[in-house]
Ligand binder design. Sequence first.
Ligand code: ADP
Ligand code: MG
Length: 588
Amino acid sequence: MRPAHFMLLLLVSAAALAAAPLVLGSFTVTLLNYIGVYALVALGLVLLTGIGGLTSFGQAAFVGIGAYATAWATTAHGAPPWLGLLLALALTGGVAAVLGAVTLRLEGHFLPLSTIAWGIAIYYLFGNIEMLGRFNGISGIPPIQVGSISFAAAGAIYYLIWLFLAGAMWLSANLLNSREGRAIRSLRGGAAMAESLGINTFRIRLAVFVLAGLFAGLAGWLYAHLQRFVSPAPFDVKPGIEYLLMAFAGGSGHIAGAVVGAALVTLLKNALQDVLPTISRNSGQLEIVFFGALFVLLLQHARGGLVPFLRRRLPKHTPPPPAAAPPLPRRTLPQAGTLLLKVDGMMKRFGGLVAVSDVSFELRAGEILGLIGPNGAGKSTMFNLITGVLKADRGKIVLQGQAISGLAARRIAARGVARTFQHVKLRPNMTLLDNVVLGAYLRTRAGFLAGALHLDRGEERAVRAEAMHQLHRVGLGDRPYELAGNLPLASQRILEVARALAADPALVILDEPAAGLRRADKNALADLLRALRSEGVTILLVEHDMDFVMGLVDRIVVMDFGVKLAEGLPAEIRADPRVRQAYLGGVT
Ligand code: ADP
Ligand code: MG
């Protein structure tokens, strides 16, 4: 969609929303109020689950905390509702931070399971605290007021709800197109890649979890003053699952999906409540069956949800490539020929197996060093020791005079080591440009707030121009808005190189970049690496393919069975009988 069309659509929607309470009946307006409140919760889940990949069934509990906070403050203490909002946000944010700190380190299915556990726990907590009215709840909650204007009527609080929702959507859209938003989008599919770019994935997960909690808390505040009454039932795990269904039905990867999904599920539920009692007396159970069937249909025919399904049917608009901008600051690189990396007496055991045994070598600035050896020689283990993925049992690694052994992967990235992966790790649903921009994470500063409030535009222009420059440098500059997943393998490898270069690295380490490539692609890759060397980039090439390495690198280190077998110029290595024997198993 063109930006002009998008603005038009936005204006028409805004006008329609503004006019709705004036022309619609109060029943419909009330329905729209609930849709708006639910959409706020679903929006948090779009960010958390759809985009960040962290599933939470417990989101209704945060809505409950927000709702009960304001209900208690305004009824027991006569506090104004706006003070109730502050309390609601402080409590949901605080509880989310604590729960997140405890559970977000859990891997795989443990996180969703733990969200069910706390969802149930908080529900019973509400039901058993005397002060919160036990299962009877709290009634007599006052309406929200601004000066002398009361938001008691459905047609009045309507404007408040949709204004808050529009604001939350605007902040979210800004955030997703910012530095930390891209970090959220990079979470899906494992932390190894994000950490290698310097992203603290735990911090990002915690932040998006707290953000989703805050949206739910805000929704809870609105809900309490809309209903003027709270009780535990709407904050149980079952509504928690419904919120998740809303996020998925609308399109869990899209901000607009939150509204579409909330509307879809709310209207359907409403229609079912009219129809089902005429079919069966057990209409509650029938409702669950119906939603289950709907979920299955959705997964089969519109897996991404309704919004992407519709968007595929709209004409596509490609924006122009990013314009030139003032450059990002650069690292001062060591002078060519000086010592860059010193690997000293590295040792790594896996149980009884010594994968790397007392290996030492040096790397000078501006050279390409090949680390070769037959399968199982210990090359990848060595690679992981240098990049901080594995911790050594013994030995020391010094980069530009500073010890880096023992540091976490993202700290080593911060010292100027950029890497690629043997099994390519890109974000297939992000554009080439965004994948490369991710590589420059450590060269930019904008935080969550700056991103959400659009205060990062100068830096964004600079980093996008830098990414575009790197795409041109590796020869992928013609389609910056193509999705990375649509590229053939060879181009994906090269895109990883561009992402590494975007970090302005002192050292680039490549793990078997030629694996699985055809001859022509290997030649193109070798040409690219040669060009980079002539521009002053230092490269450590970990490779199995001896032919690929021979014509390209300046020096070679050979490993076999965990030890350093030989070191020297390519011609010396080629002539070395021990190397031949290692590679050919003695058949020389
Ligand atoms: P290369 O990359 O040269 O093919 P690797 O470094 O992957 O070699 O492996 C070296 C040796 O260490 C192999 O015998 C391999 O089976 C073993 N190894 C590698 N990683 C692990 C691990 N995580 N646990 C146990 N053994 C491992
Ligand atoms: Mg390997």
